[in-house]
Design a protein around this ligand. Structure first.
Ligand code: FCB
Length: 441
């Protein structure tokens, strides 16, 4: 073991993941832009502004990704650009996406295209967006337009990013627009997002029979704070069902699960060709009779855990392995569509990257069908309600000047990708404290 090299499969996809509103800049026709203008909604009242300026120039960052040796990149299409008014489609916006995606292919970066990543056109938001059942048909119509223009360039589609996170943050915690805390609304929204996913799945397959369509699911681990406590175990299980299982049951088993419903959802069954895993952290959940809005669960810190910037939670790489083995029961190809940490000074990221890739490697040794890993993210970007306070980039960005500076982690990721392996030399160079953990003996 002392000198083991952790090899990845020869056709493994090495990518980075991004989302339109976080990187494009000047997306002033969606609900996030409007939300940013309201005092106190975003940390330090930060604004997305020109973000990473991808609408004007994504290509120099595509060059950076290609120079790192990557062979894949995940980006999302901004619905509010493609359909700025109901039923009015912007051919120039679609052309720009076509140009970007061709640019990826020319650089050897296989595109994985997300069709909805948190942002809604303003006109849709004004109608209640996903609260409104009509949204499902609107989404399918938009998806068809996009597929008509990009279908010959894109095989891998992700319909909707994290329906569970969108629902929780927008309609239960009120931290994302429209800032509601309304369980009934949340139930409707999650249901409609998943129906929207199924509608998009069908539309894409109709237009492009060979398309590979999935969704990106944020799987968060909920462990009982005290495993001996029945109450803690119960609330942890309830959070797991609500956040994780309800979504997966709907699109895989075709079954609505409490608290988000109960009964058959046959039309949603098996609407996945692959499943995307977005993995970040875990919660230790304790029973708290006062915590009604979180189903009587309160998150606690694991004693001794390494904590991440900005209260983002604990560093828990084993959770990636646990999440992968859990998803493997679906018997679908798995893409790790997001994984990363907020770390502006990059003092934790190199070790975190090595540890998470080691867990990925472990899962591959068990023959789990993991097809690729997309690090969140290439360059610091606008982190939603956290504004620019959380920095997830392999490359640092000064949003005022646009100046980019690769962090050490970028060099590490490059070396891993180019060698298709995590080697003892990389562990020694980037995180020597991990030697005993990863290379015992
Ligand atoms: C995920 C989101 C992504 C980014 C990362 C840090 O939940 O999909 O846009 O915010 O978290």
């Amino acid at each position: 073991m002392a000198n083991a090299t952790f090899h990845f499969p020869p056709d493994f996809k090495w990518g980075v993941a991004t989302a339109s509103h976080q990187v494009e800049g000047n997306n002033d026709n969606n609900q996030w832009w409007a939300w940013e203008q309201e005092e106190g909604r975003i940390k330090q009242n930060h604004k997305s502004g020109v973000a990473c300026d991808w609408w004007a120039n994504a290509e120099t960052d595509f060059d950076r990704a290609a120079d790192m040796g990557l062979n894949a990149l995940r980006l999302s299409i901004e619905w509010s650009r493609v359909e700025p008014e109901p039923g009015v489609f912007d051919a120039q916006a679609l052309d720009r996406y076509r140009e970007m995606i061709k640019g990826l292919r020319q650089r050897g970066l296989e595109p994985l295209v997300t069709l909805h990543h948190f942002s809604n056109p303003l006109w849709l938001e004004q109608q209640g967006a996903w609260i409104n059942d009509g949204c499902i048909a609107y989404f399918a119509r938009y998806v068809e337009r996009v597929a008509n223009v990009l279908g010959d360039q894109v095989d891998l589609w992700c319909t909707i990013n994290e329906p569970n996170v969108y629902t929780t943050l927008s309609y239960l915690q009120g931290l994302f627009p429209p800032g509601e805390q309304n369980f009934k609304a949340a139930r409707t929204v999650l249901g409609n997002l998943l129906k929207g996913h199924a509608a998009a799945y069908r539309a894409l397959h109709r237009l492009q029979p060979a398309a590979k369509v999935g969704l990106a699911h944020n799987l968060r681990i909920f462990d009982p704070a005290n495993p001996q406590s029945l109450a803690d175990r119960l609330v942890a299980a309830i959070q797991d069902v609500g956040f994780n299982r309800a979504t997966l049951n709907a699109v895989w088993k075709g079954w609505w699960t409490l608290p988000f419903g109960f009964g058959p959802a046959w039309s949603l069954r098996r609407t996945l060709d692959w499943i995307g895993l977005n993995y970040y952290t875990r919660d230790r959940v304790a029973f708290d009779a006062g915590a009604r809005s979180t189903f009587f669960g309160r998150s606690q810190r694991t004693p001794g855990a390494e904590l991440l910037d900005g209260g983002y939670g604990e560093l828990y790489p084993e959770g990636l392995y646990r999440s992968l083995t859990r998803l493997a029961r679906m018997r679908l190809p798995i893409y790790i569509t997001e994984n990363g940490i907020p770390d502006s000074d990059d003092d934790q990221r190199p070790a975190a990257l090595l540890l998470h890739l080691h867990q990925t490697w472990r899962a591959l040794q068990m023959n789990l069908p993991i097809k690729g890993y997309y690090h969140w993210t290439l360059i610091d970007n606008f982190e939603w309600a956290e504004g620019w306070t959380l920095r997830f980039g392999l490359i640092e960005l000064n949003p005022e000047t646009g100046i980019r500076k690769p962090r050490r982690s970028a060099n590490l990721y490059t070396a891993i990708v180019r060698g298709n392996a995590v080697t003892p030399a990389l562990i020694d160079a980037y995180a020597p404290r991990l030697r005993d953990r990863l290379l015992p003996g």
